[in-house]
Each structure stands twice: as structure tokens, then as C-alpha cells.
Design a protein around this ligand. Structure first.
Ligand SMILES: Nc1ncnc2c1ncn2[C@@H]1O[C@H](COP(=O)(O)OP(=O)(O)O)[C@@H](O)[C@H]1O
Ligand SMILES: [Mg+2]
Length: 287
């Protein structure tokens, strides 16, 4: 298998065909209708998310990454946004044809999202401990004291200082970076088969980001992940495949297949070479 698929649809489709798609987006168009006119945020995206993979999506700011992720679970602000066409296939159903109740059920059981802004993923009136413990109790069938001990361990693992104290605090009492870590934990503990992550590590310092990327790559094992990020290193560290969103309105332009399994260390020569290729592709002029 070559490390770099230069827009070669045939090869990419063959590789995709070897795995089983869990979620497939076909020709998605999501527009915003504003006073200044129509903004074609997403205009004809095709994307395949294979079962059990972490698919990295990178691209410049404003290229439509978040809107693509939000469209999957129909959380695009409407108005002014509207999904005007396309299909999103998941478990044999087109999510764009689901009723509001059905899509809520899917959001509650099958597809979770970590938002770019962590406050959106956390409930402001519950302590972070309650929010993390709720999922531990549901999925691991632990009683409250044991779930609490585990939640404290998890908070420690993601580098939150004084976890015994922080566990009883509300989201607004935490710093932005701590909130992001708590939101990530909460979502990972939900154990949904599909996790959409929108810049989940962006508010973190470099060292914490590195630790959390490793942790997330370990904790999501088995789940299928769409990882939206503006950071090519992040996609290279933990993505099985990488799509680049470049044009505006967005279309997916190329698929990259980094060698080896995530989490990868950037010190390998071929990873560094692919980083250079990703950057070159990002800055390359449209033809
Ligand atoms: N609520 C909104 N109202 C109007 N336009 C929006 C809104 N949200 C997104 N857009 C448009 O969609 C484009 C893509 O946004 P987004 O998906 O957030 O980009 P990113 O790739 O940085 O995540 C933006 O350039 C913007 O023009
Ligand atoms: Mg975004």
C-alpha cells in the first residue's frame, strides 16, 4: 500500500472497499442564508467513515469542517443554516430523512459529539463529577462511590490538578483547558459507537495536547471517530486516514494514508515526510 494517495480515486476506493463503511456522506450541501447573501459552507462533500477508524479531517479555518460534522447529527443552526441536499447513510438509514425524534435518539445512543467550544458539551448546572460519573455508572454498572473513585482517576489521567476538589466543581469554575479535558472525558465515557470530535484539543498547551491525543487514541479503540482539526500533526498522530478540506466552498480534495498505527510518534522519517506533503497540499494553489 503506498503511503500517499494522490487523489487517486480508484486506489482509494479499493482500499475503502476492504473495510466496511459505517457512515457515508454523499454530495452534502449545507448553506447559510444571511443578510449578506448565501454562504455555501459545504458544497458537495463526499466522505466515507470506516468502522473502527479514526478519520482525520484537516483544512484551513472556515473551510467547512465544523459544518460538515454538525450536519451529520443535524445540529446546524437553522436559520440561517440549511442542509439543502445530500445523503448521510448510517446503519442502512439516511440520517437526513430521519424525524427530529429519531435523530435525537441517535444523538442519545449512537453518535456523540465533542464540540469545538467545550461549554457546549457540558451541562452548566451539573458538576463535572456528576457528568462523568453518570456515564461510568451507566456503562460500567458501578455504584456511586466506585464511579466517583474512577472519575477522580480519569481526571488525574488527563492532568486536571487536585481532582478530588475539582470533581465537585461546575464547568464555569474550571479554566478553558480543564473544561476541554472534562468535556473530552465525558464524551469518551458515553461509549457511543461513533464520536465526532471538533477540534477537541485546541484549547490545550502543547504537552497536555500530546498526552490527551495519546489517551484519546487509546480510549476510543473500537469506536469510529471523525476527528476535525486544523492541526496536520494531530491528524498524523492519531488518524488512520486523513482527508484534506481545502477549497471554499469545501470539497474533499485528497486522502492521505499515514503508515503504521496511531498514536504515532512524529520522529519517524516517513511521518515527517507526510507532514511536509500535507502542508504542501494545503498551501498549493487551486488549479
Ligand atoms: N452560524 C453561521 N452563520 C453564517 N455562516 C456560517 C455559520 N456557521 C458557519 N458559517 C459559514 O460556514 C463556513 C464554514 O464554517 P466552519 O464549518 O465553522 O469552518 P471550519 O472549517 O473552520 O470549522 C464559514 O466560512 C462561514 O461562512
Ligand atoms: Mg470549526
Amino acid at each position: 500500500m503506498t503511503a500517499f494517495q494522490e487523489g487517486n480515486r480508484h486506489v482509494v476506493e479499493c482500499i475503502d472497499g476492504m473495510r466496511k463503511p459505517l457512515l457515508e456522506i454523499k454530495n452534502l450541501k449545507t448553506y447559510f442564508y444571511t443578510d449578506e447573501g448565501i454562504s455555501k459552507a459545504v458544497d458537495g462533500v463526499d466522505l466515507v467513515l470506516n468502522r473502527g477508524e479514526i478519520l482525520g479531517i484537516i483544512g484551513e479555518s472556515g473551510s467547512g469542517k465544523s459544518v460538515t460534522a454538525l450536519s451529520i447529527i443535524r445540529l446546524v443552526a437553522s436559520p440561517p443554516g440549511k442542509i439543502i441536499s445530500g445523503e448521510i447513510w448510517f446503519e442502512g438509514d439516511n440520517l437526513l430523512e430521519k424525524s427530529a425524534d429519531e435523530i435525537r435518539r441517535i444523538r442519545g445512543n449512537e453518535i456523540s459529539i465533542i464540540f469545538q467550544e467545550p461549554m457546549t458539551s457540558l451541562n452548566p448546572v451539573l458538576t463535572i463529577g456528576d457528568q462523568i460519573m453518570e456515564n461510568i455508572i451507566t456503562h460500567q454498572k458501578l455504584n456511586k462511590p466506585r464511579a466517583r473513585r474512577q472519575a477522580i482517576e480519569m481526571l488525574k489521567l488527563v492532568g486536571i490538578p487536585s481532582p478530588q476538589k475539582r470533581i465537585d466543581e461546575y464547568p464555569h469554575q474550571l479554566s478553558g483547558g480543564m473544561r476541554q479535558r472534562a468535556a473530552l472525558l465525558r464524551t469518551l465515557m458515553e461509549e457511543r459507537p461513533v464520536i465526532l470530535m471538533d477540534e477537541p484539543f485546541s484549547a490545550l498547551d502543547a504537552l497536555t495536547r500530546l498526552k490527551l491525543q495519546n489517551l484519546a487514541a487509546r480510549l476510543v479503540r473500537g469506536a469510529t471517530v471523525l476527528l476535525v482539526t486544523h492541526d496536520p500533526w494531530e491528524a498524523l498522530r492519531i488518524g488512520h486516514r486523513i482527508y484534506i478540506m481545502k477549497e471554499r466552498p469545501v470539497r474533499l480534495s485528497r486522502v492521505f494514508l499515514p503508515p503504521g498505527t496511531p498514536p504515532r510518534t512524529p520522529d519517524r522519517e516517513e511521518i515527517a515526510a507526510m507532514y511536509a506533503q500535507l502542508l504542501a497540499h494545503l498551501v498549493e494553489k487551486r488549479n
